[in-house]
Design a binder for this molecule. Structure first.
Ligand code: MG
Ligand code: ZN
Length: 200
C-alpha cells in the first residue's frame, strides 16, 4: 500500500490558526478534486497535522474530532475517503504540562508518518508527503517519502538543507496531484514491455 500524507492547515484546508470550529473549514482550491485524482492513482490518503493548540491549552484533543468528522463529510461529497487522521498535540512551548514536551511526532519529525505506515502497512518509499512549509518536507524526507512543497506563501523562514529540499513544488494541492499523476503516467510510459503475448 502506498500513501499520500497530507498536511491539513494551508494544504488541504485554508489556514486559520488554531481553528477547531468545523463550520469554518474551507478546502483550498480544488482540494476535493485533487484528492479524487490521488485516490484514483491508488494512494491511501492520510492527514498528518501538528496541533500544538492542545499543548498551548487553546483546545482539547476531543475538539479535533468534529474537525475530522467535517473533513470526512466534505470529502465524501467527492467520493474520497481518508484512510487516517493523525495529529501531534505536543509543543515544547506548551502550557499544559502533559503535552509540553519535545516529541517525535511533531513535524519536522516523522513520527506520525512512521506510525501511520506501521498501522496501515504502507511502503514509505512509494509514498509522498505534501505540505505548505519546509517542516512538512523534512518530515516526509525523514520518513523516506518523496515530497511536494506547496509554495503558497506560508513558509516564511526558508531554512534550507538537503532534508528540506522538496522533490516537487506546486502552487496548490490540485497542482501537486496533477504532478504526481504525471509522474505515474511517465513511469508507465517508460515501463519495460513485459507481459505475455496471446497465442495467434
Ligand atoms: Mg500547513
Ligand atoms: Zn508530538
Amino acid at each position: 500500500m502506498r500513501a499520500i500524507f497530507l498536511d491539513k492547515d494551508g494544504t488541504l484546508v485554508e489556514d486559520i490558526p488554531y481553528n477547531v470550529n468545523p463550520s469554518l473549514l474551507e478546502f483550498t482550491w480544488q482540494a476535493g478534486q485533487a484528492l479524487q485524482i490521488l485516490q484514483q492513482l491508488g494512494y491511501a490518503l492520510i492527514v498528518v497535522t501538528n496541533q500544538s493548540g492542545v499543548a498551548k491549552g487553546l483546545f482539547t484533543e476531543t475538539a479535533l474530532q468534529p474537525i475530522h468528522n467535517r473533513l470526512c463529510e466534505r470529502l465524501a461529497q467527492y467520493g474520497v475517503t481518508l484512510a487516517g487522521f493523525y495529529y501531534c498535540p505536543h509543543s515544547p512551548d506548551g502550557t499544559v504540562a502533559r503535552y509540553a514536551t519535545a516529541c517525535t511526532c511533531r513535524k519536522p519529525m516523522p513520527g506520525m508518518l512512521l506510525r501511520a505506515a506501521h498501522e496501515h502497512g504502507i511502503d514509505l518509499s512509494q509514498s509522498w508527503m505534501i505540505g505548505d512549509i519546509l517542516n512538512d518536507v523534512e518530515a516526509g524526507r525523514r520518513a523516506g517519502c518523496r515530497t511536494v512543497l506547496i509554495d503558497n506563501g506560508n513558509e516564511t523562514e526558508w531554512k534550507m538543507s538537503p532534508l528540506r529540499t522538496p522533490d516537487l513544488t506546486a502552487q496548490n494541492l490540485y497542482e501537486a496531484a496533477t504532478l504526481i499523476a504525471r509522474e505515474h503516467a511517465g513511469r508507465q510510459g517508460q515501463a519495460p514491455a513485459g507481459g505475455e503475448l496471446a497465442a495467434p
